[in-house]
Design a protein around this ligand. Structure first.
Ligand code: NAD
Ligand code: DAU
Length: 339
């Protein structure tokens, strides 16, 4: 079995590669990554040079490069994690989101069709459903919820999902899609809520909470996401969308307080800043379908997952300290200086 994993130098893609190495050591993995600001070769260092693994630096939207790669490797399976993934950056500059997330997906679909891959899996997000009101805890996203994206990021992911559906129906391609809720865990780039709050708390910097911090996200430990994708690849039905989430909804402010509590830092570090434009209020996945069909259930309780995550950032300071310098500093200044 040969599998192309795109975006494998990023947060979830790298965790997926490590997960697959452990659970399917016989698989040949080809990681394709452009190494944008979010891709990090240090993350992949432990696996570089090992048998059954190769790294290819390339842009998924580069048609020639992808066709050459597919021709050379003849992959059985493609799992597409590669994306521009940060909502705030998409609000600042949407163009690259459309280029990578939509055009890149189209190139991968064309390559998968041309070279006859046995399965193309698109890693999508619950954000394609838009948001839910805060005062209706009875409402959840199911696979039948209409797409209703709010940000340029989520619109680009919804566009990619629609393309996958269209290619599956028109060309009868073996495509599956998963839509997951917010992930947390090791190797997450510290522009996202949890690692940003951990890094700032450790540096004694203010913790910037958008608005009142009452928006709700549904948190899933990254390894549980990887296990779900593995199951979909093995037992999933072609043409099917699978929602992945663990009924673990939290207000942002409570996440931030939990991080401070674990690190024994004062809540006075919390600073309320101007809200995100078009800020989605609540995400909440109904995971009944994947549970009933494939038997998937999350294994990590939030209380344990957040402890493990904070511990990882404490134990791996050099990994994120290098990131929070250079380009990141300019980004942070642009995003947070005038909020
Ligand atoms: P990330 O930003 O940490 O990593 C993205 C990776 O893609 C990076 O390694 C980057 O270099 C690479 N990449 C970007 N553009 C590329 C291109 N044109 N060609 C090749 N590689 C490119 O993202 P993440 O949080 O790991 O998310 C991975 C996927 O999962 C994304 O598709 C995202 O939409 C989806 N997702 C993320 C979450 C979450 O909570 N983080 C939840 C649900 C779904
Ligand atoms: O739901 C899945 C999505 O989760 C993925 O598709 C995205 O790729 C991923 O980035 C994530 O999107 P969010 O916008 O939910 O994640 P983020 O970590 O950026 O923000 C989480 C919440 O925290 C959100 O309500 C905004 C808030 N926030 C975020 C940052 C960075 C703050 O209050 N302060 C901050 O500094």
């Amino acid at each position: 079995m040969k599998m192309i994993v795109t975006g494998g130098a990023g947060f979830i893609g790298s965790n997926f590669i490590f997960y697959m190495r452990e659970h399917h050591p016989e698989y040949e993995l080809v990681c394709v990554d452009k190494l944008t600001y979010a891709g990090n070769m240090e993350t992949l260092a432990p696996i570089m040079g090992q048998p059954h693994f190769q790294f290819v630096r390339a842009d998924i939207a580069d048609r020639e490069a992808m066709y050459q790669l597919f021709e050379a490797e003849k992959p059985d399976v493609v799992v597409n994690f590669a994306a521009e993934s940060h909502v705030d950056r998409s609000i600042e500059d949407p163009a690259v989101f459309l280029q990578t997330n939509i055009m890149g997906t189209q190139v991968l679909l064309d390559a998968s069709r041309k070279y006859g891959v046995q399965r193309y899996h698109q890693v999508s997000t619950d954000e394609v459903y838009g948001d839910l009101p805060l005062d209706r805890p009875d409402l959840f996203f199911t696979e039948k919820t209409p797409l209703h994206a709010s940000s340029p990021y989520s619109a680009s992911k919804a566009g990619a999902d629609l393309l996958c559906g269209a290619y599956q129906r028109t060309y009868d391609m073996p495509i599956t899609i998963s839509r997951c809720s917010n992930n947390y865990g090791p190797y997450q780039f510290p522009e996202k809520l949890i690692p940003l709050m951990i890094a700032n708390a450790l540096d004694g910097k203010p913790l910037p909470v958008y608005g009142e911090g009452l928006n709700v996200r549904d948190w899933l430990y990254v390894e549980d996401h990887c296990a779900a994708i593995d199951l979909i690849l093995e037992k999933g039905t072609v043409g099917q969308v699978y929602n992945i989430g663990g009924h673990n909804e939290k207000h942002n402010i409570d996440i931030v307080k939990t991080v401070l509590h674990i690190l024994d830092r004062p809540e006075s570090l919390i600073t309320h800043v101007t809200d995100r434009k078009g800020h989605d209020r609540r995400y909440a996945i109904d995971p009944t379908f994947i549970h009933d069909q494939l038997g998937w259930l999350p294994q990590t309780r939030f209380e344990d997952g957040i402890q493990k995550t904070v511990r990882w950032y404490l134990d791996n300071k050099p990994w994120w300290e290098k990131i929070v310098s250079g380009e990141y500093r300019d980004y942070y200044e642009r995003m947070y200086a005038h909020r």
